[in-house]
Structures are given as structure tokens and as C-alpha cells.
Design a protein around this ligand. Structure first.
Ligand code: S3P
Length: 167
């Protein structure tokens, strides 16, 4: 079984993924880390040197590669992964996989991302909290149509990491 964690940037996919992996004694694969290792470039440098379209192509390529593995692990996706091409369909059609959306509210995401935007090329250039709120608000609205297709939705606001992992 592949447990797939999806959600917006800073929704806790990597953090919860690590804890869940420990609890279930599963390996954790973080798709961004996997792409960086395979491409020998950071996500920031892929965006900068090769462009977002190249990144999205490789993201789909490595997603397919991982989904075809007949193994059990936790797969933490990038925030955009389910929202491009037919990636969400691929995820939902994979009988060996279960998708979980870690759903955080806009204010929570803004609060985290204002401090953690540097490594995220899509928002690194946004200066003020107001502008970030506007951008993420629209982006999250568009992306929610994909995220909400996940088989399980876990609302994370106000919950401890332990509660989220248990849920
Ligand atoms: C992206 C999210 C990032 C990374 C890339 C693009 C997105 O992953 O894949 O910067 O489109 O939301 P995280 O969700 O782990 O930040």
C-alpha cells in the first residue's frame, strides 16, 4: 500500500509523513527530495534554470515511476503534484494507493509560509503578508478542486501532530 499525502505547500505533508512512517514502520519518500536526487538539482534551481514546465514534466514522470512500484511506503507529494496533467486521476486509479489530503486553512498556511517561502519558487518573490494572502487564497481555491478528490480528508487546524497522525 502506498499512502499518498497531498496538500498545499506547508500543510505538513513532510512532517506528518515522517511521523506516520515511523508509526507504521513504512519508508517515507518525499517527491521533491526524490526529484532533487534524480535531477541532481534543487527544486529552486530546476525552476530557475529549466523552468516550471520542465519541473512539472519531471514531477509527473517520477510520480508514475513511484506509483508503479509494488511496495509499501508513504509518498509525500509537492503541493502542485495533484493539480497538473492527469496526476490526480493516476493517483485515484492506483489500486495499491490511498490518498490523504492534509487540509489546512488559509490563515494557517499564510502564517507558516511567510517564514518558509524562500525555498518555494512560486511564492519566494512575494513580499508582504497581504500579497501572500491574496496569492495563496486564489491558488488554494483553484487547487482545492483537486485536493478534495482525495479518498480521505484530514482537517489539520488546531490539531497536534500526534492527533493528525492518529487520524
Ligand atoms: C510546489 C510545491 C513544492 C514544490 C515546488 C512547487 C507547488 O512542494 O514541489 O516548489 O506547486 O505547490 P511543497 O508542497 O513540499 O512545498
Amino acid at each position: 500500500m502506498i499512502i499518498i499525502l497531498i496538500g498545499y505547500m506547508a500543510s505538513g505533508k513532510s512532517t506528518i509523513g515522517k511521523k506516520l512512517a515511523k508509526k507504521l514502520n513504512y519508508d517515507l519518500i518525499d517527491l521533491d527530495d526524490y526529484i532533487e536526487e534524480k535531477e541532481q538539482l534543487t527544486v529552486t534551481d530546476i525552476f530557475k534554470n529549466k523552468g516550471e514546465i520542465y519541473f512539472r514534466k519531471q514531477e509527473t514522470h517520477y510520480l508514475k515511476q513511484l506509483l508503479s512500484a509494488n511496495e509499501s511506503f508513504i509518498l509525500s507529494l509537492g503541493g502542485g503534484t495533484p493539480c497538473f496533467g492527469n496526476n490526480m486521476e493516476l493517483i485515484l486509479n492506483e489500486t495499491n494507493a490511498k490518498s490523504i489530503y492534509l487540509k489546512a486553512s488559509l490563515p494557517k498556511l499564510v502564517k507558516k509560509l511567510i517564514k518558509k517561502k524562500a525555498k518555494r519558487p512560486l511564492i519566494a518573490h512575494i513580499e508582504t503578508e497581504e500579497a501572500l494572502t491574496e496569492f495563496i487564497g486564489k491558488h488554494l481555491f483553484e487547487r482545492s478542486a483537486f485536493y478534495n478528490q482525495a479518498e480521505v480528508v484530514v482537517a489539520t487546524d488546531g490539531k497536534s501532530k500526534k492527533e493528525i497522525v492518529n487520524e
